[in-house]
Ligand binder design. Structure first.
Ligand code: K1U
Ligand code: ZN
Length: 165
């Protein structure tokens, strides 16, 4: 079991766009295992590769006691209906929650850890977690998605926690 250090805001790696995975081999499967260990240890319901400093389009999610792996995930459809809900982020501070508005339902295509194509329609927490993690691999975090007022409050809280140099 390997717990990887989780990069925290304002680490520039969180603003980077990840690159598509081209080869699914034992090295990638080891990274997937380490990301899953890291997500469960945090604890969290998802993790994107750039949160552990790896610029690959790879995410892991577990919202319902089942590990889900998505390689090169893409949202192919999103509902017009949206919903506002609070989200935390392991790269911001899991106890800092901000309101984020997202489509309620989405369709996603990706590859699984064996390289097989997968497609699914998601709603509820899975849809939200998928959008949160796909945002990460596109260099977007919840502070980019929330209202200016929510962002200001979150940044103030973070600044109050940071040790002075
Ligand atoms: O990517 C991350 O930063 C992980 C993040 C994912 C996420 C949170 C909220 C909505 C959508 C996606 C987290 O897992 S933060 C921690 C969290 O939400 C949680 C932790 C333990 C139990 C239940 C939830
Ligand atoms: Zn996050």
């Amino acid at each position: 079991m390997a717990i990887l250090p989780i990069r925290r805001f304002p680490d520039p790696v969180l603003k980077e766009k990840c690159r598509p995975v081209e080869t699914i081999d034992d090295g990638l499967r080891k990274l997937i295992k380490n990301m899953a260990d890291t997500m469960y240890d945090a604890p969290g319901i998802g993790l994107a590769a750039n949160q552990v400093g790896v610029l690959k389009c790879l995410i892991v999610i577990d919202v319902d006691d089942e590990l889900m792996v998505f390689i090169n995930p893409e949202i192919t459809w999103a509902s017009e209906e949206t919903e506002e809900s609070e989200e935390g982020c392991l790269s911001v501070g899991a106890d800092i929650n901000v309101l984020v508005t997202r489509p309620v339902k989405i369709k996603v295509k990706a590859l699984n850890e064996n390289g097989d194509p997968i497609e699914l329609e998601a709603d509820g927490l899975l849809a939200r977690a998928l959008q949160h993690e796909i945002d990460h691999i596109n260099g977007v975090i919840i502070l980019d998605r929330t209202t200016p007022e929510e962002k200001r409050k979150a940044l103030k809280e973070l600044a109050s926690r940071r040790p002075l140099a």
